[in-house]
Design a protein around this ligand. Structure first.
Ligand code: PGA
Length: 240
């Protein structure tokens, strides 16, 4: 793992965007995946700026969703798909060659899951997977206790995630399940970039990076990834 401690959120965001762009320089036909949430907002904006100024050419690259709340489509407030479309894809003056965005509101969620696996199997493995870390150590919706050998799957949300998610939905929506790329697909990525900011992430980050590798803390699996960058701000790094 290569740990970079940045002075603040902006520096973390720019650093992570540059690392992702490097993967596309190395392989213009890259398959790319970014997370949703509060953490990646600055990173996806910085990445879009790099695309728009010509610093990175994504015209042959593909973008695939990391995860989604089951029950929400990319038109629903608080969904990862809407985040992808508004904060990333909608800002790009030159688009990706192709995108595969999960629909958590699909009538047949199992077909949606299979389509995610099929897309990654066809165009993958991921060249770069950018990930946030949940308060329980989740990556995407690989919740605590997840089977590390899984590809895309539908998983009950942990109690921690259900508590944290009120920041996205208030009392409007109470999802019970997530659909997510699996740890097997994340571990097969040629490069993984884990980003975290803020003092509230310091304890879980310490567990993930310095504790034992265990599915009780899913992000700890990244200790075994051969090309993992951890890019955090000083507050999140306080216990490292
Ligand atoms: P956050 O979510 O970026 O909103 O903190 C992180 C995550 O759950 O992966």
């Amino acid at each position: 793992m290569i740990l970079t401690i940045c002075k603040d959120y902006e520096e973390m965001s720019r650093k992570a965007a540059s690392l992702a762009a490097e993967s596309i320089h190395e392989n213009p036909s890259a398959l790319v995946s970014f997370p949703g949430g509060d953490t990646p907002l600055g990173m996806v904006h910085a990445f879009a700026d790099m695309v728009n100024t010509g610093e990175v050419d994504i015209s042959k690259a593909r973008y695939v969703s990391l995860d989604e709340w089951v029950g929400l489509s990319d038109k629903d407030e608080g969904s990862c798909g809407l985040f992808n479309r508004t904060e990333l894809l909608g800002r790009l003056q030159k688009p990706f060659l192709d995108t595969h965005i999960l629909n958590g509101a699909a009538a047949d969620i199992e077909t949606e899951r299979k389509a995610l696996d099929a897309y990654i199997a066809q165009y993958g493995p991921l060249d770069v997977s950018v990930l946030g870390i949940g308060m329980n150590g989740h990556l995407g919706f690989n919740e605590d206790g997840v089977d590390f050998s899984l590809n895309a799957h539908i998983i009950p949300l942990s109690e921690t995630t259900k508590t944290v998610m009120t920041k996205y939905f208030g009392e409007k929506f109470h999802p019970e399940y997530g659909i997510s790329q699996g740890i097997a697909q994340i571990m097969a990525a040629k490069k993984v970039i884990l980003i975290a900011n803020g003092a509230h992430k310091a304890e879980i980050l310490e567990k993930a990076l310095r504790g034992e590798v265990t599915n009780r803390v899913p992000a700890s699996v990244l200790q075994n990834h051969p090309n993992c960058y951890v890019v955090v701000d000083e507050a999140a790094a306080a216990r490292l």
